[in-house]
Design a protein around this ligand. Structure first.
Ligand code: ADP
Ligand code: MG
Length: 390
């Protein structure tokens, strides 16, 4: 690419959709006190998308966000905003604003003045301030609350004020760091839906941080799963849920049964001592006709509890707990594997059952450092090919 193109904002990261990237981050590294907390982080953010950094506490989500905001400097790596280097732009000149979990509102000011604060500093004319604050309060569902003081508001309302204040300057990108973390479950669920609606209406790119997988699945266009400063997977919520790249992602995103297995040919996998039809071909590096080690994921809601049968995984019901929508059933199969099943029909503890699933509910992954420990599965059972007859 020519220098001129680069200045105009040529993209440096490949994206098959051809979408416009508002932010691109490449090989971002950051250490604190000799401890590396971001390890070559690379991803792009499409214009107007709702993207979520998801991972357990301490994995580097906030640090990534703070580098984008300009509150923290990276040790190395590229951060581009519309193709131009962002790291040389001071925080207050970036078209980016942040909403934190702690709202940082001014208790001595009313709602109107809290939201108007940034505009007052910028000496925006009074009429315009009034118009913009009114519009922002309407966007966050706080019409008519302008005269209220902060201590007269609920947690959810305070968070709305914080969001109104963050969008008043019409940022191109809004960074949200666990903004719903302080709310109770019911309010959090309501706000998740509303935030997603706000994002669509405003046409602002949202970069959201959470450790809550359900929250990420509910709101995001794109999810980035992080662990220990490394990106494990980037994809849509459906991709991440249905096609997890490794055992870590499968386990972090929802509940799953992860079992070691072997593939000798396309569309067939052996695990738990039986061979099943599946929808995945061998990975390109796999050798046909040899035992290629894989991890197999079957989600609890995809397993059917039926009667014992030679083609099924047979076992004994160990426990059953009513969870509201479904029962959570634990079955120990005869080869010693524990299976979690979600089913609407109850069974009884001690009952003999046979487990089945559809070929497209078997998901195959490469083995990784996060794979289940083979010994704990008594894998001798699954090594012993029962269906050697072809
Ligand atoms: P997350 O937001 O995913 O919980 P953070 O990005 O806040 O994680 O932190 C990642 C790691 O960096 C943690 O181990 C944290 O203790 C450390 N860390 C973050 N900020 C600082 C800092 N200013 N000084 C020292 N260590 C820090
Ligand atoms: Mg954090």
């Amino acid at each position: 690419m020519s220098e001129k193109e680069n200045k105009k904002g040529a993209q440096i990261l490949e994206d098959k959709t051809g979408a416009e990237h508002i932010i691109e981050i490449k090989d971002l590294c950051k250490s604190f006190d000799g401890l590396q907390v971001l390890k070559n982080i690379t991803f792009y953010i499409r214009n107007n998308e709702f993207i979520t950094l998801l991972g357990p506490s301490g994995c580097g989500k906030s640090t990534t966000l703070r580098i984008i905001a300009g509150f923290e400097t990276a040790d190395s790596g590229i951060v581009n905003f519309e193709g131009a280097d962002l790291q040389t732009v001071p925080a207050h000149k970036r078209h980016i604003n942040t909403v934190f979990q702690r709202y940082a509102l001014f208790p001595h000011l009313n709602v109107f003045d809290n939201v108007a604060f940034g505009l007052h500093i910028k000496k925006v004319p009074k009429d315009e301030v009034k118009e913009r604050v009114t519009k922002a309060l309407k966007t966050v569902g706080l019409e008519g609350y302008d005269k209220r003081y902060i201590d007269q508001l609920s947690g959810g309302q305070m968070q709305r004020v914080a969001i109104a204040r963050a969008i008043i300057n019409r940022p191109r990108v809004l960074l949200l760091d666990e903004p719903l973390g302080a709310l109770d479950l019911k309010m959090r669920k309501e706000m998740q839906i509303e935030l997603k609606q706000m994002q669509r209406e405003l046409g602002i790119t949202f970069v959201y941080v959470t450790h809550d997988q359900e929250e990420a699945l509910t709101m995001s266009d794109t999810i980035i799963v992080m662990k220990d400063g490394i990106i494990q997977q980037i994809g849509t919520p459906i991709d991440i849920y249905n096609e997890p790249k490794n055992a870590y992602v499968a386990d972090f995103i929802g509940e799953s049964n992860i079992i070691p297995g072997k593939m000798r040919k396309d569309l067939e996998v052996t695990f738990a001592g039986k061979t099943f039809e599946c929808v995945d071909p061998l990975f390109p590096e796999f050798k046909k006709g040899e035992d290629n080690d894989v991890d197999v994921v079957v989600r609890p809601e995809d397993i059917y509890v039926k009667t014992e049968d030679k083609d099924r995984i047979n076992g004994t019901v160990e426990s059953i707990v009513f969870k509201g929508v479904h029962y959570e059933i634990m079955v120990k199969s005869d080869n010693g594997i524990d299976w979690m099943i979600h089913d609407v029909d109850p069974v009884t503890v001690g009952q003999r059952v046979g487990l089945t699933f559809d070929p497209d509910d078997i998901h195959i992954m490469r083995r990784s450092q996060f794979s289940p420990d083979l010994d704990s599965f008594g894998v001798k059972g699954s090594d012993k090919e029962e269906n050697e007859d072809e």
